[in-house]
Design a protein around this ligand. Structure first.
Ligand SMILES: [Zn+2]
Length: 189
């Protein structure tokens, strides 16, 4: 593959997301029609399996994004942004999403992949039950409500939720404040 040498040189033969040096391969960042180095990243098998959804996300592994999100390569920024989006239940990932800097065209590229992934999915709670507008849910863990300075306790009932464009998020009222909640931390009441 012509781009592998270029990627090896660019990455110093290490995973561009987590810096691992074992079992590296070229990953063309979707949607891409060619395998140029500009549109690809060099990743280890651990990162790749999680990017492709073959194994569950290991949240702690992805703390590497706090460093790799500052990489100068647009393709690396795009993957960092998309993985942070998948991890948006984690407050450190939310913080990183707020800090990450993407040029407009890079942001468009990053969000293309997210939108494509999202068209597919219904909104599901922690048990995999479909959620609909108007459902009541309970929190299955304590949640710090960003910006509102309080913690919504595990077991809190949230009535009459609203679905959002993102199947991983719903909106509901907690403590009188309308907030976005992560569906994976909810249970249908
Ligand atoms: Zn890696």
């Amino acid at each position: 593959m012509p781009s592998e040498q270029a990627l090896k040189a660019r990455s110093n033969s290490s995973c561009e997301l987590c810096t691992s040096t074992s079992d590296l391969s070229v990953y063309p960042v979707p949607p891409t029609s060619d395998l140029s180095a500009q549109q690809s990243i060099y990743v280890c098998s651990t990162c790749l399996a999680q990017i492709e959804g073959n194994i569950d996300l290991d949240v702690n592994h992805w703390r590497c994004l706090n460093d790799s999100m500052w990489n100068q390569e647009p393709a690396v920024q795009v993957m960092a942004y998309r993985m942070l989006n998948k991890l948006s239940a984690e407050s450190w990932a939310q913080d990183a999403m707020e800090m990450i800097y993407l040029e407009d065209d890079v942001r468009t590229w990053a969000e293309q992949g997210i939108a494509a992934a999202e068209v597919s999915g219904p909104t599901r709670d922690s048990n995999g039950a479909d959620l609909q507008d108007g459902d009541d849910v309970t929190l299955i863990k304590d949640l710090v409500v960003k910006g509102a300075n309080f913690t919504a306790k595990r077991g809190t009932l949230v009535r009459n939720i609203t679905l959002t464009d993102n199947p991983e998020h719903i909106e509901g009222k907690v403590g009188g404040t309308r907030i976005v909640l992560v569906a994976a931390f909810l249970k249908k009441a």
